[in-house]
Each structure stands twice: as C-alpha cells, then as structure tokens.
Design a protein around this ligand. Structure first.
Ligand code: ZN
Ligand code: ZN
Length: 246
C-alpha cells in the first residue's frame, strides 16, 4: 500500500519513460512501453512456410503461394504439424520479450496478453483437435532466478481462452542449456541432448498437444521437446510461440 502511494507520487513528478523511445509513458500505462511503440509490433504476414512459419520474400516462394514449405522443412523430419505464431521477433517485440525475461518486468505481460488475445480471436486455430497444452519448461534453477516461466504465462492464458487443459508437470527440463542463438546446428543438438525428460509418458498416448514457448528462433528447443513427446505415441503436435525470428 505504502509502496503504491510512493510509486504514484514519484510517477506524478517523474513520469516513467518508455523503455524503447524514452518518451513519457501514459499515466496509466504500467507496461514499460508506450502505446505508440506497442502499435509498431510486427505481425507475421503471408507468405510464410506452412509448417515453421518462416517468412518468405516473394522471390523464394517455392511453387506458388499455397504449397509452401521452406527448404529446411522439406529436408528435415516433420516433428510437429505447424507453428502458430502472431508476431515477428524483432523491434518492439524483441525488446519486450527481453524486458520480460532478462529484466523480469513481468507487467510487460499485460500488453502481451492483449496481442495474444487478438491473435487467438482473429485466427481459426485448431483448438478442436487439441487435447492438452504444455509449456516448454525452464530448468528449476532458472525458474528460481527469474521467478516465473514466460512460456507458462502464455500457456496459461491460452488454456483459459480455449478451455483446454494445461499440463506442466510431465515435461521437465533436467539439464541447463546454453542460449541456442550463437551455436551451430551440431552444437545446438548437443546442447539440447537430454535436456528434457518426460514423466508419466503413457498419459500422452493418442493425444494432440500444443507446445508453447515464447520465441521460435532456430526451432531446436521446440523440435527436441516434440521429438521426445512423440516417442510416447502422441497423435499430433502443434507448437505456438509469441514471436518468431524473421
Ligand atoms: Zn515508446
Ligand atoms: Zn519451414
């Protein structure tokens, strides 16, 4: 209570700045980023790969706009059916996710929820096929450090929206892994080897699962989790992330 009053008084005399453009935030904006910056979030627009949602430039659309698989998806085994993703991981969204994860600005999620809601409402997503939603887990050390799992926040919101069951006890992260982004393909695979473990694997048999994470960069983490879940005879796996590397 006292903290709130003090915060209120401070913000009256020193209005908080938008973390991106540094202009003063609107008085009631508690999401660290001004509405003008939020409005610049880049939505994923077609054409893109029909599996991994990699955006295509018009020149590299393979065989016309409706038979789209990118080079990688044509050569790699299909571990999941489709990546559902509203935005591109660049500009505002990249900053926002960074603030959420590494500066632990959890209130960023207030705006992220709105973006996700808009996406869920405006797209016909395969909810009727799905049985369960599973967030990509954090290693317990990282969870303790951060205080929350951003993938869980997203999965929880989708679960409330769709009335689908959220299951977060049976896919576990048992090994700490390095950030994937600077690693080569071989290094990524080695980095993720045995990163996950499944408990109660028989409960996944015959189910269609939505795996949820915050960002799809190389896709290696989600593919590894999907690969492991498939060994328990799941029927189908979809993946959803808030943003995707362009
Ligand atoms: Zn701004
Ligand atoms: Zn693809």
């Amino acid at each position: 209570m006292v903290k709130k009053v003090v915060e209120g008084a401070v913000s009256l005399f020193f209005p908080a700045q938008c973390k991106i453009c540094k202009r003063s935030l609107e008085p009631l904006n508690r999401s660290f980023i001004c509405s003008s910056c939020w409005s610049k979030v880049k939505w994923l627009m077609p054409p893109y790969c029909s599996r991994c949602s990699k955006p295509f430039t018009p020149l590299d659309v393979p065989g016309g706009p409706f038979s789209l698989l990118c080079e990688e998806c044509r050569t790699e085994p299909a571990l999941y059916k489709r990546l559902l993703v509203p935005t591109l991981y660049e500009g505002v969204m990249k900053e926002a996710i960074h603030l959420l994860k590494y500066e632990r600005k959890k209130r960023i999620f207030l705006e992220i929820k709105k973006i996700l809601k808009r996406y869920l409402e405006q797209n016909s997503l395969p909810f009727s096929e799905l049985n369960e939603i599973i967030p990509i887990p954090l290693h317990r050390k990282k969870l303790k450090q951060r205080g929350f799992n951003q993938a869980y926040l997203l999965a929880h919101f989708i679960s409330r929206f769709s009335n689908l069951k959220l299951v977060d006890k049976f896919l576990l992260r048992i090994r700490e892994t390095q950030p994937q982004i600077k690693l080569s393909k071989q290094e990524r695979m080695a980095n993720l080897k045995d990163a996950f473990q499944v408990r109660n694997g028989t409960s996944f048999r015959g189910k269609t699962i939505l795996l949820v994470d915050d960002v799809y960069t190389t896709g290696a983490t989600l593919r590894e989790a999907a690969r492991l879940l498939r060994t328990f005879e799941t029927r189908e796996i979809y993946v959803l992330t808030l943003a995707r590397a362009p």
